[in-house]
Design a protein around this ligand. Structure first.
Ligand code: TXA
Ligand code: MG
Length: 321
């Protein structure tokens, strides 16, 4: 039996399987099986009211899960699926409350990773799959990250190699007249706005958020090592202080590091947003394994091309200076 057939058999039996996608690895279960979906929440330690995305093979299955699908949704699916875009739509009545967090909406996405695309085609139904990490932790972008994350409790991991995009999908809500960007990600806001010929509302104020998107919580995607983010001018004095305190420092610089390199491990990050996104979670996990006591990360520019990366860095940071 091939790995893919084994994964298929396990999913049909109501078990969990970690699946590769172009964004991050997902922890998948049959979206129509309540016990299977409950296993995701138990393994992740995720609060029950956080909705999960249903993964499907293509837009041909949209009608199986969603109702009253607006023209904008079809346009987006035609242009960007399979790919790193999740659409929030009205749900069909049969969609489990465990998946929607009790809301009357459902998140749907057709991932492009060839292994998972094939798995979904053969499975026929939908796969509920949040990122395959414990709640609040950094998303996994390699099969080994998933194994590290769950240890002895780890389910079968379908190894599809390192994820190409490296940060989670863009989430767009089409529930109201005006489409809303709930989470920036692999598909840029500009590309969506150009296609729809309208601007997206960007939902940023987590304090007043009515829609429960865990990516909107202030602390999310965090490494275990204390992460401090900021611009160079703010970081430099904090680094001097940390050195004086005997901290074991790692620095993630944006391009070449301009400061003193003594006693620190310097990791130079790419100055291209796609490259940066592809590497960042792996980098944070590597540093987590190496016994540093503090990470200083020099932020990329706050320009539109860096929206998704800056969003994740803001949430991953324990302190922003
Ligand atoms: O790229 C991705 O989207 C990855 C891969 C595995 O597909 N998945 C992922 O899942 O990031 P997760 O559960 O870590 O994040 C999904 C986000 C959560 O913030 C959740 O609250 C939001 O999607 N979401 C899901 N259904 C929703 C709904 N009906 N309304 C609002 N937000 C929803
Ligand atoms: Mg997640």
């Amino acid at each position: 039996m091939s790995e893919l057939e084994l994964a298929l058999a396990r999913l049909k039996a109501g078990e969990l399987v970690a699946i590769p996608t172009e964004t991050v690895y997902g922890l998948a279960a049959d979206a129509a099986n309540l016990d299977a979906v409950a296993r995701i929440f138990a393994l992740k330690g995720r609060p029950a009211d956080h909705p999960v995305i249903v993964h499907i093979a293509s837009s041909q299955q949209l009608n199986d899960w969603a109702l009253g699908i607006p023209a904008d949704a079809w346009k987006l699916a035609d242009a960007f699926w399979p790919g790193p875009l999740t659409l929030i739509l009205r749900r069909q009545p049969h969609v489990l409350d465990a998946i929607t967090g009790g809301q009357d909406t459902v998140g749907l996405r057709a991932p492009s990773h060839p292994l998972t695309h094939e798995l979904l085609k053969r499975f026929g139904g939908g796969l509920a799959a949040p990122s395959a990490n414990r709640f609040g932790h950094v998303s996994p972008t390699r099969a080994q990250h998933v194994r590290d994350e769950f240890g002895a409790d780890c389910p079968l991991v379908l190894d599809g190699g390192p994820c190409e995009v490296g940060v989670e999908s863009t989430i767009v809500s089409l529930i109201h007249e005006q489409p809303t960007l709930l989470r920036p990600g692999g598909i840029t806001r500009e590309a969506i706005e150009a296609l729809l010929g309208k601007s997206l509302t960007h939902h940023t104020d987590s304090g007043t958020a009515k829609i429960r998107t865990s990516g909107l919580l202030d602390s999310h995607y965090s490494p275990r090592t204390h992460l401090v983010t900021g611009e160079y001018a703010h970081l430099q004095p904090a680094i001097t202080q940390a050195r004086a305190n005997g901290e074991k420092l790692a620095i993630l610089s944006f391009g070449p590091w301009a400061g003193d390199a003594a006693t620190s491990a310097i990791h130079e990050m790419p100055d291209n947003p796609s490259e940066y996104a592809r590497l960042i979670y792996d980098k944070l996990r590597q540093i987590d394994r190496q016994g540093y006591t503090i990470i200083f990360l020099q932020l990329p520019p706050a320009t539109p091309g860096w929206l998704a990366v800056n969003d994740r860095l803001r949430r991953a940071a324990h302190t922003r200076i």
